[in-house]
Design a protein around this ligand. Structure first.
Ligand code: ADP
Length: 514
């Protein structure tokens, strides 16, 4: 164990985790972090809701068994019962506890259907958060740290500072709150406060209230011992109004306890050398042979002409305002006047889905769109595309650009958040050949700053010019494929944060005693 004094008992609480449930990067991050912490020698328990109906149709899950544990949570005047199933994260010693409550979690989706959040989301995830503590207590997990993720687990640090502060089993428990996306804060009307189990005296603008609402993410930020977010640049951005979504003041106040740790990727799952979804496996040495085969597979699957020399640009994304689809649509005609193909996979905003479908109808030999969530196709796009688009308005970390780098798919990104921290721009339009050559030694992709159609389309055109210069493109591909995005480095940084959280908690307890 590298940065160790003794192994830590870590409880990771999340509303989704691969391979059990996933709507986005949070699930990838939590699953991979749990695995890496286990590899570092720590004792890891992952607690997630049991989306029973959804997992019935999921493939490749480990066997899940009942623990026999039953618990009840007082939810606003009534007692709600839950049970706990368990399994192990495949190939690891990570204990996974799945919180079963059929009224709350046996649904078709995790958070929303047809663009509308479930009306009882506050109740569902307050129940889940309170279950995390109740299960930890009853199973005598005695965590050194509970690592909370996003608003769905935001009340855990608050409960540990109030009604659970002196409960046996939590004597040494500190909390870390990770902010995966400030745009999602879990804001609910104030009459939901009793669902949290917290007293009304905490409903003030320093702790649980924001602009008149109950705010679960704010609650986590206010009470956690340490706060992390998913890239160093995003850690700065969220302390300003554009990135903080109203919580920038509190984040500035807690700045000393806020750390940006760039996510890693699961290099077993995202490995072009072994990826079961690809027609051909490849490494940095064999990409020149393997990628064309994957490209052909992708063109075939998406019913695009088999043109090996035409640059194929991919995009896999939630269709949300954040992701920059308006730039794509605003530049589409200009870009599609050139010899290119584009492939989109995503689901979300119905307007955006419709616009992309229309684009595919207008350019049937150049654009292919798949609306839906398709893990296998996501891998095939990473494997088969030449370049990958992430023109995000904001991007806390982003994972697809790192998958792209590993798969020899050159990322074209907006220089924000984690995209700024992981993609090194190739300034191909520089006037000086020396500057160009020097940049090429380290460059891995293309980036732009202004959120305008002109900046976006100009950058894609810059990339297309480089695509036609094989030696430059190959160098970008090699630079990306040989960079290291594994979790080990990030997991060690989390362990440092856990230890800092323990220190902060001890200081807080000592203060209370004085
Ligand atoms: P975010 O968490 O904001 O959605 P990230 O880039 O951090 O964005 O992570 C997105 C993850 O979800 C990636 O693993 C990506 O491949 C996956 N993903 C997003 N949309 C789809 C989809 N429609 N089908 C399959 N995978 C998807």
């Amino acid at each position: 164990m590298s940065n160790s004094v003794r192994p830590l008992r870590i409880v990771l609480a999340s509303s989704e985790a691969v391979p059990f449930s996933k709507t986005g990067g949070l699930a990838d991050v939590v699953g991979a972090l749990a695995k890496s912490l286990d590899q570092l020698g720590h004792d890891v328990t992952l607690i997630v809701p049991d989306y029973f109906l959804m997992r019935q149709s999921a493939k490749g899950l480990p066997t899940i068994s009942e623990t026999g544990l039953r618990f009840t949570i007082p939810m606003n005047g009534r007692s709600v019962a839950g049970t706990v199933n368990w399994t192990q994260l495949p190939g690891t010693g990570v204990r996974v506890l799945l919180v079963r409550q059929s009224d709350y979690f046996d649904r078709r989706q995790l958070y929303q259907e047809h663009g509308h959040g479930y009306v009882d989301n506050c109740e569902r995830f307050c129940f889940f958060s309170r279950a995390v503590l109740e299960i930890s207590r009853q199973m005598i997990l005695r965590p050194d740290v509970i690592h909370c993720n996003d608003w769905q687990t935001g009340i855990i640090p608050a409960l540990l500072n109030s009604q659970y502060a002196n409960r046996p089993g939590f004597e040494n428990t500190s909390t870390v709150m990770t902010l995966h996306n400030m745009a999602y804060q879990g804001r609910f009307w104030h009459f939901d406060l009793p669902l949290t189990g917290m007293d009304w005296r905490y409903f003030n603008h320093h702790q649980m209230e924001a602009w008149g609402d109950l705010n679960l993410l704010k609650t986590g930020i206010a009470f956690a011992d340490q706060i992390t977010t998913v890239s160093p640049t995003y850690a700065e951005e969220i302390c300003h109004p554009e990135g903080g979504y109203g919580l920038e003041g509190l984040l500035r106040y807690r700045n000393r306890d806020l750390v940006g740790i760039l996510n890693g990727i699961d290099t077993d799952v995202w490995n072009p050398g072994t990826d079961p979804h690809l027609a051909s496996h490849f490494t940095a040495e064999t990409v020149a042979v393997g990628k064309p085969r994957c490209k052909s597979q992708l063109q075939q699957r998406m019913k695009l002409p088999q043109q090996s020399g035409t640059p194929l640009i991919g995009m896999v994304s939630r269709m949300a305002d954040q992701k920059g689809f308006d730039l794509v649509m605003g530049s589409a005609d200009r870009l599609l006047s050139k010899d290119i193909q584009m492939v989109f996979l995503g689901t979300g905003d119905p307007i955006c889905e419709g616009q992309l479908r229309d684009l595919a109808l207008r350019y049937p030999t150049k654009v292919a769109v798949e609306i839906g969530f398709d893990e296998s196709l996501a891998h095939q796009i990473e494997g088969g595309a030449d370049a990958f688009l992430m023109p995000s308005r904001f991007e806390p970390c982003g994972l697809n650009q790192m998958y792209s780098l590993r798969y020899g798919t050159v990322p074209i990104v907006r220089k924000v958040g984690g995209l700024a921290d992981s993609v090194i721009n190739y300034p191909s339009d520089t006037k000086s050949p020396e500057v160009g050559a020097k940049s090429l030694e380290t460059a891995t992709g293309f980036s732009f700053s202004d959120y305008t159609n002109e900046a976006f389309a100009g950058t894609v055109e810059r990339a297309l010019q480089c695509y036609s210069q094989k030696s430059i493109w190959q160098k970008l591909v090699q630079n990306g494929m040989t960079s290291d995005w594994s979790w080990t480095r990030s997991a060690e940084s989390y362990v440092d944060v856990y230890r800092a959280a323990q220190g902060r908690r001890s200081a807080r307890v000592a203060e209370r005693r004085c």
